[in-house]
Ligand binder design. Sequence first.
Ligand code: SF4
Length: 411
Amino acid sequence: MDRGFSAVPCAADAELVVLNSCTVTAFADEDVRKAVRRVHRENPDARILVTGCYAQRAPEEIAVLPGVAWVVGNSHKIQIPDIVSAPAEVPYHGEIRVGDIFAQSDFLSAPVEDASGDRTRPNLKIQDGCNNRCSFCIIPFVRGRSRSAPVAQVVEQVRNLAARYREVVLSGINLGRWGREPGSAIRLVDLLRTLLAETAIERLRLSSVEPMDWSDDVLDIVATSARIAKHVHAPLQSGSDSVLRRMHRKYRPQHYEQRIRKARAWMLDAAIGADVMAGFPGETDAEFEESRAFIESLPFTYLHVFTYSERPGTPAAECADQVPMEVRKERNRILRELGARKNLEFRRSMLGRTLSVVTLAEGGLSDNFLKVELAAPRPANKMVDVKIGSLSVNGVREHSDLQILATDKHG
Ligand code: SF4
């Protein structure tokens, strides 16, 4: 806004349209291309700037789309205000920034303060890139090697956010690798200790952390600090040993199981979630069943299930034995049903309990990652204790006297 821009209600009225792109699957790429074409069709005069992961991974693919004036990789995202407000005679104007793709050595990040549109749980990215080479994943090519935001920067950002928000979500591409640059002895748990000691933030939440980075130290601080959400998200991908090996994942099922069981033993009410992938190349019926049974045996409270999709340039995409799409989708359905069942069990176990909840624009989110419908509207961005009375479609509902009367009346 301070560059003279103002928001308009729809893209058809805009002179400049900024699209943030994802490249996690081939479907995501296609969605971005469709969005660009739609914007250009509806508003041929608009200059379109495409940024985000797809822009970083394959700028040339986006540059040829109609109406695209700039393609700005993640590495240069923070410069977008300068790029779009540069006068016409300087090189940014009308130029495709293909050259941005490898300029990734700095850590450039600002908190995303309108995550989920609720503006009450800002997402602070403190780590970028990944040194692993999972055979299905394009991210290391897109984001480069792992690098961490400096402690002082994170403390300063969390301190500023704590003045306005109750909860801050710490995130990264491979968050558990925070601080692990060569020669550095500082670890994620040290950063957490520092944030608890030096900021007034009421609740920190860790987003996804790779299984083996849920060290005893990290689990312990999450379990024992009242200011860290009881929430453990550890990507699994598959519960089959042979599939994990082909994925080039760095743990075996027994290692994963040990971390998850410890998390549950130390935090009886914690949310425990996993990303799982259906239909990785070569996944046989027996391997899928091995994975499903493994997942069923563990105390997950939710699952994020993805159907495998080929990412050009990755080893997995070159495999000859791709699983037919209808089989992938059927396995996805089975895992989703399993996740829904586990989530329902967990929600039921919370009935009658009192949970600490951050209020959102609508409803709230509990410490242990349940969507909470409130009995009466409350202002957003407050930390409240809520007694759980019943289940909602996807979450839980606050207990209310009204509900007791209704229950009494009908027996
Ligand atoms: S650890 Fe995650 S980001 Fe890194 S290569 Fe594997 S899937 Fe990709």
